[in-house]
Design a protein around this ligand. Structure first.
Ligand code: FES
Ligand code: FES
Length: 155
């Protein structure tokens, strides 16, 4: 039987109607709400492409059942991190460093980095590499990604 789940996404209250209350948040974001920043990579919590923030913490949305959420939890996707006119410092730094090849991993790299920098004001290169160690990039743009995060930390 279909159920309706209330969520708070990018500052707005929304309701999604789903057949399975344990459906992963990622599917609701992409398929019900049309938010395509978070990507489906592995679906197993192993690549980071699906990362979103929940109450400021980077979370793998492919593994998070909708039933574990409610409208009090603040979900932020890449679309809600900044705007075209006013991008988040991490988004701006990724653009300036041209830290993207195919772009598939970049949602996760940006969301993970933004959550990390919110609690680590002056990270070392090793700290940044450690924070992003579980975000996979098949294109090998790691050097530029780390430079972008270093620049965002200084911004
Ligand atoms: S798609 Fe979620 S971690 Fe890979
Ligand atoms: S830029 Fe292609 S997977 Fe990272």
């Amino acid at each position: 039987m279909a159920v309706t789940q209330s969520l708070n996404v990018n500052g707005k209250k929304v309701a999604v109607k789903v057949d399975d209350p344990d459906m992963p948040l990622l599917y609701a974001l992409r398929d019900n709400l049309g938010l395509h920043g978070p990507r489906f990579g592995c679906g197993l919590g192993q690549c980071g492409a699906c990362t979103v923030h929940i109450d400021g913490v980077a979370v793998r949305s492919c593994m998070l059942p909708l039933s574990s959420l409610d409208a009090k939890k603040k979900i932020v996707t890449l679309e809600g991190l900044g705007t075209l006119e006013k991008p988040h410092p991490v988004q701006k730094a990724f653009i300036e460093a041209q830290a993207v090849q195919c772009g598939y991993c970049i949602n996760g790299m940006i969301m993970e980095s933004a959550a990390f920098l919110a609690t680590h004001k002056n990270p070392s290169e090793a700290d940044i590499k450690n924070a992003l160690a579980k975000n996979l990039c098949r294109c090998g743009t790691h050097a530029r990604i780390v430079r972008a995060v270093q620049n965002a930390a200084k911004a």
